[in-house]
Design a protein around this ligand. Structure first.
Ligand code: MG
Ligand code: MG
Length: 282
């Protein structure tokens, strides 16, 4: 994790392939999110995701992680990340994080969203605030990616965003430290990793063509975690609920390209005053 002076970088041709993978992940998450409803099982969502990815020229990447065989991770309420799809029936007000990865032509995309089952009317105010704060911190982290800057500026920006949200929302939020973002390319999890909090080291210098997955995981309580007996599901020790948002992002001399956003990040980046810089037309 430490000691590397520059990040890896991709060619424009490889970024176009990663966009194909990223867009497939974005569309799959849109299809799955639309199917989230009272009475649906997390396994049904997983099957929908697998079918959508295979029908559109890709393959799910999570089954390539040794010991894991599903297309999605579905983490409900106090589950933070790596929840295994199964017979659990979703109920109104459940806070569901959906993490999805796909491969197209050997290149990976990885993204996550958090939704409330039954929508905003079924949600607790604090869960909506948590999810909003987490998504905002993801975009703050994305906005800290700049060619020539240090990679760990991302974690500082995520942390500052969460602190600002905590004071606005008058809540304490916990930033998960044991699970972090990562470099991504022809494999899903590559070094260097990307912490979601400020660290003493400043990290490697970001090169044009760098591709990273930024993925803050935030709780309504303590950031302490434990892994359930299934060896996968990560939960909060205090039982507080958690949210998880993730995007795969390409950093270019000209600006940013959010490979797992349907619009490539154009709208959010414009609102942040950041240049939107796809390869070719997007
Ligand atoms: Mg992911
Ligand atoms: Mg990831």
């Amino acid at each position: 994790m430490f000691g590397r002076r520059h990040t890896p970088a991709r060619t424009d041709e490889h970024l176009l392939l990663m966009r194909a993978a990223g867009l497939l992940v974005a569309r799959t998450l849109a299809v799955v999110s639309a199917a989230v409803a009272d009475g649906v099982t997390t396994l049904a969502l997983d099957r929908l995701a697998e079918e959508h990815i295979r029908d559109h020229g890709g393959r799910p990447s999570f089954p390539e992680v040794p010991g894991y065989r599903h297309t999605l991770c579905t983490s409900v309420n106090e589950q933070i990340v790596h929840g295994i799809p199964g017979e659990r029936v979703l109920r109104p007000g459940d806070l569901l994080s959906i993490d999805c990865g796909a491969i197209v032509a050997d290149w990976h995309g990885d993204a996550a969203v958090t939704v409330v089952v039954g929508g905003e009317t079924a949600a607790c105010t604090e869960d909506l605030a948590l999810s909003r704060a987490t998504e905002e911190s993801l975009w703050a982290g994305i906005g800290a990616l700049r060619v020539g800057d240090r990679l760990y500026a991302v974690g500082e920006a995520v942390e500052a965003s969460i602190e600002a949200a905590a004071s606005r929302d008058r809540r304490d939020y916990g930033i998960i430290e044991e699970y972090v973002g990562h470099t991504i390319g022809r494999e899903m999890h590559l070094d260097p990793q990307i912490p979601n909090y400020g660290v003493r080291e400043r990290g490697p210098i970001v090169r044009s063509g760098y591709t990273g997955a930024i993925e803050p995981m935030i709780t309504l309580g303590s950031p302490q975690t434990e892994v359930l007996a299934d060896d996968w599901t990560v939960v909060t020790v205090d039982g507080s609920r958690a949210a998880h948002w993730e995007h795969t992002v390409a950093v270019r001399d000209e600006g940013l390209w959010v490979l797992t956003a349907l619009d490539g990040g154009a709208a959010r980046l414009a609102a942040m005053g950041m240049p939107f810089a796809p390869v070719g037309a997007d």
